[in-house]
Ligand binder design. Structure first.
Ligand code: HEC
Length: 202
């Protein structure tokens, strides 16, 4: 009986020993190939190739611009989670220069960082009246001597930071009567609070 089992088992194993399927000529991804003028096996991607699931059709979401104008609305609901995420990302990436208040007095600025112009202060009339899309654009493409953060901050987090900057601007330019305003009451009791777990910081 034992012998029979061994015989059957080795039969199964031997049947799997065909090498003709995996030993056929094929190109390895980083291999050479003399057929192509550049001598490489891998073919370059055609210009404009977009990986599946990576097309960026939503212009407003990915650029902050719609119909040639900066948008002035968040592309997602304003929630406590979004602001918290914005605050956290802002603290990581922006406070070294812009400071926790956004007044341009971060540690690097205080220690003398000045290339041509000083670090931006968010609490000017010009920036208070600036549409949100402009802030998104500054993070994405940089501004003057400030470099782009596109490679470090994903679009969703850029919007979270934008929301937080607007909150900073309001916080530094509030009047006592604002505390009674409907807008503030609404913002303290948002109706669009997400279900738990949604939009949590990763
Ligand atoms: C290494 C220092 C540095 C860091 C970090 C930095 N910035 Fe700046 N930022 C600057 C400087 C310098 C300017 C002014 C550039 C100019 O006027 O040429 C500026 C200007 C700005 C402005 C004003 C643009 C305008 O219209 O005047 C905004 C908004 C801004 N930064 C947002 C951000 C955000 C958001 C972050 C974090 C994601 C960030 N910055 C991180 C240095 C920095």
């Amino acid at each position: 009986m034992k012998k029979l089992i061994w015989l059957m088992a080795s039969g199964v194993l031997l049947a799997g020993c065909h090498t003709d399927m995996w030993r056929q000529p094929k190109g390895e991804p980083l291999g050479e190939n003399e057929f192509f003028p550049d001598g490489q096996m891998s073919r370059p991607l055609l210009s404009g190739t977009i990986a599946r699931g990576h097309e960026r059709q939503d212009e407003a979401y990915y650029t902050g611009v719609s119909n040639g104008k900066w948008v002035d609305q968040l592309p997602m609901p304003l929630t406590k989670q979004l602001l918290k995420r914005g605050q956290e990302r802002y603290t990581v990436y922006c406070t070294p220069c812009h400071g926790e208040l956004g007044n341009g007095q971060g540690m690097i600025a205080v220690r003398g960082f000045k290339i041509k112009r000083p670090v931006g202060n968010y609490h000017t009339d010009r920036l208070r009246n600036m549409p949100l899309g402009h802030f998104y654009d500054v993070i994405t493409n940089g501004y003057g001597t400030m470099y782009s953060y596109a490679s470090r901050i994903v679009p969703e987090d850029r919007w979270a930071i934008v929301a937080y900057i607007r909150a900073l601007q309001l916080s530094q330019n509030a009047s006592p009567t604002d505390a009674d305003s409907q807008a503030l009451q609404d913002s303290l009791n948002p109706k669009t609070e997400p279900k738990s777990g949604e939009g949590e910081a990763h």
